[in-house]
Design a protein around this ligand. Sequence first.
Ligand SMILES: [Zn+2]
Length: 248
Amino acid sequence: MTHRKWAEYHQLRPDQISELVDQTPIAFWPLGLIEHHGWHLPVGYDGLKAERVCVRIAQKTGGIILPVMWWGALGGHGDFLWTHYQTTESTAQILYTTTCQLVQFGFQVIVLLAGHYPWQQILDQELPKIQLDNPDILILSGTEMSICGEDIKLTGDHAGRAETSYGLALFPELIDLRELRSGRDLSVWPNSEMPPKEKWHPAVCFDQNDSLFGQMGQPADEASVDEGESAISALVDNLANKINAFLD
Ligand SMILES: [Zn+2]
């Protein structure tokens, strides 16, 4: 495996950035969100997932990784504690402005990897005009389900078997499967109040006493590190190959 030089944007001085952009003009921007991800996963799960995947790609391509975009919009967990949804407009505006700046600053490949699936809607809305204005740059964008196009489509869920498997492959140190237990009461809700049933997302578990609370999809206790690792490796290899081919 080739290891190329990569670094985190905010830790670099201007001359270091210039040098790295000259060598490998690749920007990675992990798009996340702070959101309840079940009892066993950290609330920054989506951003952590995207960031760790970007690091793995950057090890094969080189480039610069932007700080995770922690503020996002949309989703079925707006009433849960420790969840911060912003307006779609403000989120979209930051995405658009920052991506245009990256183009202006000379990046030729821009990878916008979203860990939170509703980002897809904002990407679809904001990116086509940037790509149209800049036909010579490569913009790779989407979630792990969409960013490889037809080549690879990973399974998605919310804190269930798929996301937990990816997490076990990417940051096992932040996951505790023993927390998948029943026994919590209403105090886990903001103001100790469960939202009214009409506000429940139909596919999300809203029973705080259930070990599957907050999850959507197949249960997290079916997750495995092997399942996560093979899916993530396939995604990483596909994107790294595309980026390296584009720049060669
Ligand atoms: Zn998620």
